[in-house]
Design a protein around this ligand. Structure first.
Ligand SMILES: *[C@@H]1O[C@H](CO)[C@@H](O)[C@H](O)[C@H]1NC(C)=O
Ligand SMILES: *[C@@H]1O[C@H](CO)[C@@H](O)[C@H](O)[C@H]1NC(C)=O
Ligand SMILES: *[C@@H]1O[C@H](CO)[C@@H](O)[C@H](O)[C@H]1NC(C)=O
Ligand SMILES: *[C@@H]1O[C@H](CO)[C@@H](O)[C@H](O)[C@H]1NC(C)=O
Length: 377
């Protein structure tokens, strides 16, 4: 009994010693597959190790090639610097200014009224009594109901709804208002101007021959009978009307050509797309006169009326071709010999000095951006 116990004990000791010896052999750094996995370079006597039982068992357990793979990954990680994947430039969508939102300028907020719409449509066809009275007076007209005259334009195809009746917040409506100033000559603004969503021009403004400086696109052309020119079919004629006769003229210029005189000779016929005609709201003119030009002179000039039209329909407004040269002289980019009003004068019915201050104030308050062009011409 004791002998058997001793025998078993000795056998166990011997077995344990053999096992310890074997383990010692295989766990030396750099010699076992485990060491290879964690320790890096393979030992020079790898041939022997490959044939050893434990090594074969280890490789079988890991799956053939796996330890080599781990080593390759490891060395790759050690010897090659981390690949810096250039992060693609983050395309930041330029934020939309939405100039009509409250909080930018208390000066602006105290004047801006979104409820008086610039377009005269069926929805606001009845003018408030004070607006109608004021409108009849500015060019000394005899009072008559303008609603039937406007309806007659709807009847020949002019749209009777305001295209900007509600704002579309999924888009950003960027507008260029292009005036007729000589500061556009050699300005090279053409390409820049053509990039806007809406491009507003006025009166006799030509583009043909001046594309490099003023661009070639127009979406809306603001004119009154005395300043009207032919337009191409993709352009909206926006009728500036300062008297009932202007509404009558718009119709006859597209039908029988019967009106040839207002306070001066006018074109009896005009080439324009009837389906695109819009009419400037007289009540909006009065609102501009009261709130924005603060009742200076008799009524605001077309230049200011177009800028403020844009301010009330667009999300962003850029202004080109406004202002006089360094001598205070206004001329037209296509006609340097045309000498307009000089600064400080109040010629006729507009106050150009005050209107210029108003535009500068709108810029100062962050509402519009004025591009001065070649102002030193
Ligand atoms: C030992 O085995 C590894 C992995 O299978 C192999 O890459 C290496 O070439 C072998 N060494 C020899 C000397 O055969
Ligand atoms: C080793 O590299 C291979 C191939 O590049 C990859 O598939 C594997 O995930 C890597 N293993 C480790 C542990 O990084
Ligand atoms: C708003 O503008 C987007 C983008 O231009 C246009 O897809 C969508 O039809 C417009 N929605 C309305 C109601 O006009
Ligand atoms: C006139 O304007 C309408 C409305 O925008 C348009 O559908 C039509 O194609 C235009 N006509 C021509 C001849 O371009």
């Amino acid at each position: 009994m004791i002998r058997m116990t001793v025998k078993l004990f000795i056998t166990t000791i011997v077995f344990v010693l053999i096992m310890l010896g074997a383990m010692y052999h295989y766990v030396q750094p750099g010699k076992s597959p485990i060491a290879r996995k964690t320790g890096g370079t393979a030992p020079p006597d790898e041939d022997d190790k490959n044939n050893s039982q434990l090594s074969r068992w280890w490789r079988k357990f890991q799956g053939d090639g796996e330890p080599v793979q781990l080593q390759a990954n490891k060395s790759a990680a050690v010897t090659t610097p981390p690949v810096v994947v250039p992060t693609p430039p983050v395309v930041v969508q330029p934020t939309c200014k939405r100039i009509w939102q409250k909080g930018r300028s208390s000066w602006f907020d105290s004047r801006f009224d979104d409820n008086i719409r610039p377009v005269w449509s069926r929805a606001n066809i009845e003018l408030p009594a004070d607006a109608r009275k004021w409108w009849m007076a500015i060019q000394e007209s005899k009072d008559e109901d303008p609603a039937p005259l406007l309806t007659a334009l709807f009847d020949i195809g002019a749209p009777d709804v305001d295209p900007w009746a509600s704002r579309n917040l999924t888009e950003c409506l960027r507008c260029a208002v292009v005036g007729n100033s000589g500061n556009l000559r050699q300005s090279n603004y053409g390409e820049e101007i053509d990039g806007y969503d809406l491009i507003f021009r006025m009166n006799g403004a030509p583009t043909q021959g001046w594309e490099k400086d003023v661009g070639h696109r127009t979406t809306h052309h603001f004119m009154y009978p005395e300043s009207a020119i032919d337009l191409s079919d993709d352009v909206s004629f926006v009728l500036m009307n300062f008297k009932p006769l202007d509404l009558k003229w718009m119709k006859t210029a597209l039908t029988d050509g019967s009106i040839t005189w207002t306070y001066m000779t006018v074109r009896s016929r005009i080439q324009t797309n009837k389906s695109k005609i819009l009419v400037y709201n007289p009540a909006f003119v009065k609102y501009i006169h009261d709130r924005w030009t603060e009742r200076h002179a008799i009524y605001p000039s077309t230049g200011s009326l177009v800028v403020l039209f844009a301010v009330h329909v667009c999300d962003e407004v850029d202004v080109y071709g406004y202002g006089a040269d360094k001598h205070g002289i206004w001329d037209h980019y296509w006609d340097p010999s045309h000498i307009g009003q000089t600064i400080g004068q109040t010629i006729g019915v507009h106050d150009s000095s005050f209107e210029q201050l108003l535009l500068q104030k709108l810029q100062l308050e962050g509402i519009i951006k004025i591009h001065r062009g070649n102002a030193d011409h």
